[in-house]
Design a protein around this ligand. Structure first.
Ligand SMILES: Cc1ncc(COP(=O)(O)O)c(C=O)c1O
Length: 511
């Protein structure tokens, strides 16, 4: 048994549980009487021979689920369209059937939410977090695991070591197993813009407009297109540093001027210097690049801080490109606030860039979202290059994003607390083993920004840890803003591997 979910739908009790069976595993959905004392339907969505039972504890009629399609969709189609007839056949009492017919939401929970939660539970499999096999990881072909030789333990580029959520795996498997890899349908028809908007509403109370959505291959593509659309060569792009390196590269590659303001260390976190940022913006700066939650500091900006950003944007008549790709990876019960929700004036100047790929760990599938607060902004963006030059998108990225946002939240609900514990573990272990390192405790992301200057190493600490500890961290210098002496640690791995990373760092210093 193990993981469980319970809820109510039209007065009935629903229960989902994860079951391990002799040769496989699967989830079961039980449909029970309102009191929960009598089981009328049971859907066994097993890896092998999935089936369902009518009146499982009585006359027990068993029918197969159709493995040629999506068996979980089949379960919910049956529930929604046939539940009255099925309960009658199962011998349910008239009062329960009456309740079904009235179709009332229970305790204020809308009907659709109950079934959506049940569907998410049925598609969920417990996340694999603590039991990662290093040999399997070493066979990965991703950048993180492929760039360095096998004796180097990688803790650098921002991808997680955890296998992706079951609904995403199932979606990818369905395409490969059935050879369903023909030309994709038009992007707008995939349903992804609508799913993105639903997700933003559900998670952040934001109501973006599906018409204002563009689907890109990656967030970084959006940065380049935004620069081309909203500025001319030689003009300035303002940014707070240190920052995710492609922000700086995009400005350099396109011949724009970097107008940089450094964040300041305050206690165990970096703070924005808003006055400094406003001063850094000259009359020829049309764009602000903004990153919230912030990579590499892990800061989550408060409403008050976002209001100051919004004021700088409007007072200087800027377009703001708000990269919110880490918005689902918040700790300590923090709440992400999309910049575009601060009011109509800032919304119409905001291009929000995001993707399911960071929180759901699918960066290799290449799919991202650009949302425009204003139609004119979107038109300018789309006029930079003919669309085919932006490249087509693969089915995997599109449908993995849909599966992630629709169904994979229970997986993320397991991953985020684990990441938070990893953050706390790393902070504790570093303070015990290498107390000189200043740890900026991340409020989000799975990246920790470490100030190693007090170690007094000559040259780059990242190079030192690599040479003497055989551990790969990101070199602070590539994040701009005078970040020499810093490294960025990726702690999205199992606790045993994280312990080994910190061990190697300590050994590199002879500890
Ligand atoms: C802030 C930020 N933006 C964008 C990206 C990359 O997004 P994509 O792979 O969609 O370009 C990352 C990856 O780590 C990131 O941290």
């Amino acid at each position: 048994m193990g993981w469980k979910w319970q809820g109510r739908w039209r007065g009935l009790a629903l229960g989902v549980e994860h079951r391990k069976l002799g040769s496989g595993a699967g989830n079961t959905l039980r449909v029970l009487s309102p009191e929960g004392d009598r089981e009328w339907l049971r859907f066994d969505c097993f890896d092998q021979n999935p089936h369902w039972h009518l009146d499982p504890t009585g006359r027990d009629e068993v029918q197969p689920l159709d493995e040629r399609g999506d068996i979980i969709s089949e379960v919910f189609v049956r529930l929604e369209s046939e539940s009255v007839a099925l309960l009658e056949r199962a011998g349910a009492n008239p009062a329960a059937i009456e309740g079904l017919l009235r179709a009332e939401g229970v305790e204020g929970q809308p009907e659709s939410d109950a079934l959506r939660d049940a569907e998410r539970a049925l598609r969920h499999r417990p996340a694999i977090l603590d039991e990662l096999d290093i040999r399997v990881l070493r066979n990965r072909r991703s950048e993180k695991w492929h760039t360095y030789p096998p004796d180097i333990l990688p803790a650098w580029v921002a991808e997680m070591d955890f296998p992706v959520a079951a609904p995403i795996q199932a979606e990818l498997r369905r395409f490969t197993e059935s050879g369903d890899v023909g030309y994709p349908i038009a992007l707008a028809d995939t349903g992804l813009p609508g799913v993105f908007c639903e997700r933003m509403h559900e998670r952040f109370g934001w109501n973006p407009d599906p018409q204002r959505v563009e689907i890109l291959s990656e967030v970084v593509q959006g940065l380049y297109l935004a620069i081309e659309a909203f500025s001319k060569p030689g003009q300035g792009v303002a940014v707070q540093t240190p920052i995710y390196p492609p922000f700086l590269k995009a400005i350099r590659d396109t011949g724009r001027r970097l107008q940089e303001k450094r964040m300041e260390a305050a206690g165990d976190r970096l703070e924005f210097d808003f006055d400094g940022l406003a001063d850094a913006i000259d009359g020829d700066t049309p764009i602000l690049f903004f990153c919230n939650p912030h990579n590499p500091s892990g800061r989550v900006f408060s409403r008050a801080e976002l209001e100051r950003i919004a004021a700088i944007v409007t007072e200087n008549d800027l377009v703001v490109v708000s990269d919110e790709i880490h918005a689902d990876l918040l700790f300590d019960r923090r709440q992400h606030i999309p910049l575009a929700t601060l009011g109509p004036e800032i919304a119409r100047r905001t291009l929000t860039l995001t993707s399911a790929s960071k929180a759901f760990n699918t960066p290799g599938l290449r799919c991202a979202i650009a949302h425009f607060g204003d139609a004119a902004l979107q038109r300018r963006f789309n006029s930079v290059v003919p669309r085919p030059i932006r490249g087509g998108l693969g089915l995997f990225g599109l449908h993995a994003s849909i599966a992630a946002w629709r169904w994979a939240q229970p997986w993320l609900d397991e991953v985020c607390p684990y990441l938070q514990q990893n953050r706390d573990f790393a902070e504790r272990a570093l303070s015990e083993r290498i107390p000189e390192i200043r740890f900026h405790r991340p409020e989000a992301t799975y990246l920790a920004w470490l100030d190693c200057r007090p170690l007094g190493l000559t040259g780059s600490p990242a190079a030192h840890f690599m040479r003497h500890g055989h551990v790969a961290l990101s070199d602070g210098r590539i994040f701009g803003g005078d970040s020499e002496g810093h490294v960025r640690l990726n702690f999205a791995t199992s606790r045993p591997i994280l312990r080994e990373v910190i061990d190697r760092m300590a050994k590199a210093l002879g500890r």
